[in-house]
Design a protein around this ligand. Structure first.
Ligand code: SAM
Length: 248
């Protein structure tokens, strides 16, 4: 009974937050069209020919679809109030095709991405989007590269770097509590400015209805994360609640 009430409360809080996000986007719309129009039409058409997006093509090719991914990333930016905040320095971990940093740049921010250099498509999309990326592998219990600066915001959307190897059943093994503690401490002490924020956005799990294992949720909550659907937002100080709206 107690549990049912807790779930009901959670659902209501999420529903309200979601409604609030929609209302804010409606009040402060971002026009996606100019962000698409500024792209080099011919270069993207040529890329789409080489990486066709159709059912039998490799799944990675779906990332050539700018009409889909730019609006998705505008929403991600709006969720962090990046359409209404002063210029921020942003570090995007596992930046993939680079759409998030492209949108951020168009909204007046600047930043750098980190990724492994395994996808030829991402090499080309980041170049076309003018996104600077550092090639590095994020690994358990290893410090992130030294960027010679600290950031207002560190993001990681639909992260994969916590997956280590597949087990005998083909399921991914993931970072354990100590690995997450190491990573969070590294980001907080070396990557973020004093009022910085870390946003971790997780992929749906195989069961299709959760983003966090109970262990992962526990470690994030213990570190002061605010969790909303697939996202966990953390402040530099684990005793503080990070705000989706930046304070500066
Ligand atoms: C699902 S894609 C998400 C891309 C992008 N963040 C987005 O949401 O559109 C995951 C990205 O993480 C990168 N990645 C996976 N393992 C990584 C690691 N150990 N270190 C750095 N990047 C990694 C992949 O190359 C890929 O670009």
């Amino acid at each position: 009974m107690k549990l049912a009430r807790k779930f009901q409360k959670l659902f209501t809080a999420e529903a309200l937050q979601s409604l609030w996000d929609h209302a804010r986007r409606w009040r402060h719309p971002v026009d996606v069209r100019p962000l698409l129009d500024r792209l080099d039409r011919n270069a993207w058409a040529e890329l789409r020919e080489r990486f066709p997006h159709r059912p039998e093509a490799p799944r990675i090719n779906r990332f050539v679809d700018t009409e889909h991914w730019i609006p998705v990333n505008v929403e991600r930016a709006q969720d962090l109030w990046l359409d209404q905040s002063p210029p921020l320095r942003i570090l995007d971990l596992g930046c993939g095709p680079g759409y998030f940093l492209y949108v951020c740049t168009q909204l007046g921010h600047s930043g750098v991405g980190v990724d492994i250099d395994e996808q030829p498509l991402f090499r080309e999309t980041t170049a076309l989007l003018g996104v600077r990326r550092v090639i590095a592998r994020i690994e358990a219990q290893r410090s992130l590269p030294d960027f010679g600066e600290q950031f207002d915001l560190v993001t990681a959307h639909r992260i994969c770097f916590q997956k280590t190897v597949r087990d005998a059943h083909g399921h991914w093994l993931e970072w354990e509590r100590e690995d997450w503690e190491y990573f969070l401490n590294d980001v907080r002490t070396r990557m973020l400015r004093a009022d910085g924020r870390l946003l971790l956005d997780f992929n749906p799990r195989a069961d299709g209805c959760t983003f966090f294992t109970p262990e992962l949720r526990a470690v994030l909550v213990r570190n002061g994360a605010q969790i909303f659907r697939s996202k966990a937002l953390l402040a530099v100080d684990a005793r503080q609640r990070a705000a989706f709206k930046p304070t500066n």
